[in-house]
Design a protein around this ligand. Sequence first.
Ligand SMILES: Cc1cc2nc3c(=O)[nH]c(=O)nc-3n(C[C@H](O)[C@H](O)[C@H](O)COP(=O)(O)OP(=O)(O)OC[C@H]3O[C@@H](n4cnc5c(N)ncnc54)[C@H](O)[C@@H]3O)c2cc1C
Length: 811
Amino acid sequence: MKSRTKVAVIGGGIAGCSTLYHLTQEGWTDVVLIERDELTSGTTWHSAAQVTNFGMNQTMVGLKSHSIALYQKLRDDPDYPVGYHHGDGGIRLANTEAQMEGYRHFASMARGMGVTYEVIDAEECARRHPLISTDNLLGGLWDGEDGDIDPAQLCQALAFHARRAGAEVYRQTAVTDLTQHSDDTWTVHTTQGDIDADIVVNACGYRVNEVGAMMGVSHPVASMEHQYFVTDDIPAIVGAGHRMPLLRCPISDYYARQEKNGLLVGFYEQDCRTWGMDGISPDFSNDLCPDDLERVMDVLEGAFARMPALAEAGIKRIVNGPITYTIDGAPLVGPIPGKRNAFCIIGLRAGLGEGGGHGWLLAQQIVHGEACHDTWVIDPRRFTGHATVELTSLKAIEDYQNEFRFHFPNEHRPAARMAKTTPLTPVLAAEGAACTVVNGWERAEFFKPAPEFRVTHGFGFDESFDLVAREVHAVQSGVGLAEINGFNRIEIAGPDRHSFLDRLTCGRLQTAAGRVGLSYLLTPQGMLKTEATIANLPASARGPERVWFGSAAAAEYHDMDWLTAHLSPHEDVQLRSLTNDQTILLLAGPQSRDVLSACARGDWSSEAFPWLSVRECCVGFVPATVMSVSFSGELAYEIHVPNAHLYAAYTALRAAGAPHGLKLFGAHAIESMRMEKGFLHWKADILTEFDPFETGLSRFVQMDKGAFVGREALAQRAQAAPKNRRVSLLIHDSTAPAHPGASLMDGTNVIGTITSGAWGHRTGKNLAYAFVQASESAIGTQMMLDLCGKMVPATVIKDAPYDPELRLPRG
Ligand SMILES: Cc1cc2nc3c(=O)[nH]c(=O)nc-3n(C[C@H](O)[C@H](O)[C@H](O)COP(=O)(O)OP(=O)(O)OC[C@H]3O[C@@H](n4cnc5c(N)ncnc54)[C@H](O)[C@@H]3O)c2cc1C
């Protein structure tokens, strides 16, 4: 074994082998893989190994289609060929119109990634899959590239090619501990001796938290037992003359693919089990859990009913193995939060299909800092303090029980709720709040007229439409109050705070005490990293002059990592997270100044406290920090209150607002209003795939301000004509919003992708944002939106159709 290396990848399943291979593909060849046993001794060896293009968003589709292209290349490689049945085709079944509508949306979304799905009816399903009956079937989604691969051969081939490029693989070598040094490098302690590494990668499958503990972290990953069986030959398959397509069934929760001349059928039973929660025996390697077909009888009956030939087949082999899950079903691939030079590729529940793509995107992140796709949907930092293994196990069970039932827009499932709350959570619930979950926080979406009020999950506008309209009207015509919890807030103190921030932000930094500005931070490649509200708090009894760096709730770990990584030892700057300590009460509407004046001493006139100001005060009798900023486009105040005082501040505002008819409003009303204002959401419309010019944020860039992170790359990009531009769109349809990921078409070509969509209740318009080819971005350009299979006209309009001159927030 070497004594030092650039990257030590720990774990030799598909995750580790793919990472190692792709590191060499990206040009890093001084890299090693360390495996405690033989390659593929974890989950990988017994995987059903289905490989599909299907994903819930474009990043997942993109990385899965990378897997497919890579696996085809490996299959065709004469030096180390891999058994890969590519192109058997696969059907996801549906028995509700809502599921079919979802499939049409996914087909629209995947088209933008160059992937074609077909939505087919029940008869066509049966024509393509001769074993299935059409009872209780509406149709399905067809992915012609579906198939399955030999998992052991795949991993061996990846390791073979990585070795040939210079990588080394150490088998029968268990990592026993990790030591990180003051220069952020590591010593990896193993049963065969130590190896120093600049960077370590945790790819340890279900042993993820054994290696996590060696780094002092706990990853939100839990394992579930998962069973399949393989049948004897089935005569109808032997006689079919072609391979059977794969089948995935959200009606009865099973999958089936051809294995030799029989079927391999896997089950997602309701009576499912977590695995390894109390520790894993060190001897569990190349091993399985005891099988228990009794548990899957309910699901099995559904599979028999769909494929009567299955009921006649003998069972040859049963497999029950652990499979890792995360909180939202997507894996954790990227930097480990709070750590330097440490990455993970863990929580893979469909690792054979996805692993090629995940290893690709991880290697890009390790070598270049960023990947070619925005990787937020798989970023380990998207879960923060609430993300315990216990919480993950509850979400894992829920996810397993719903394996093939995708989330509808605005569908928030019940497991592990109330993870993060404020003193107002029960108060707003009593007022009828219907809540979503934002980074674990319970946040009101809208207020229900009656406790039994429910919305129907689907892709059209739902029953909350009129309620949201009334909330928006209350804000526009009078005054409204909303709670925005979990907003990320980092206090930046110290004399060097402004010079530190100035080199991280691409525009003019607001530094005046008492003033607020909006800033954008770029990657070294000149692409958008994050967005921050910079509020300069004046010196007061509460503290010296300092900055509050405010950003999206989900950005809590992401932004803290970015700031700390860029802090030089010579800078006198202190960073402190206030995210869990403070909550925003958002007071908005033309009468908001009157309400604030009635409960907070001081002159709140536009002369004394103009737009984009910050001031400390008391609301009622409790301390608060008020900023005159507006995401709604109305005159508005963000009132930041310590959680201990939140209820008192809320009570004071409600009392002061009562004479003005103050109404509560929720996140859907805010969404509607921000779309009318041209305001963007981080990781919906602000993505690392685009620079600030493409995103329509040129006014926040000042190229001549001096050096800043990303400046050189951005200057280079500015010399070339942009390929894409973000635009506002008017959607000529009033039945459904444009859904993120949906394709915009010019005849038969995809020319753009939706990032956000909502009804603008003040303008009475169906609005959307999208990135489109620059040639299609002129105001007035017409195109067609593939809205769940329906072609709907869309027109490029100017940003901010409501109060474009920003007169209202200036008051
Ligand atoms: C029954 C079943 C069916 C499945 N079917 C499919 C499917 O059809 N399609 C699909 O895409 N996915 C499927 N999966 C999921 C897929 O198999 C997994 O997502 C994938 O194999 C996970 O790979 P991994 O590399 O993350 O983990 P693993 O394969 O578990 O690899 C981790 C490796 O790390 C090593 N390791 C652990 N600790 C240490 C240490 N301290 N030092 C050194 N090495 C260590 C282990 O020995 C192991 O080799 C299925 C899973 C199961 C259980």
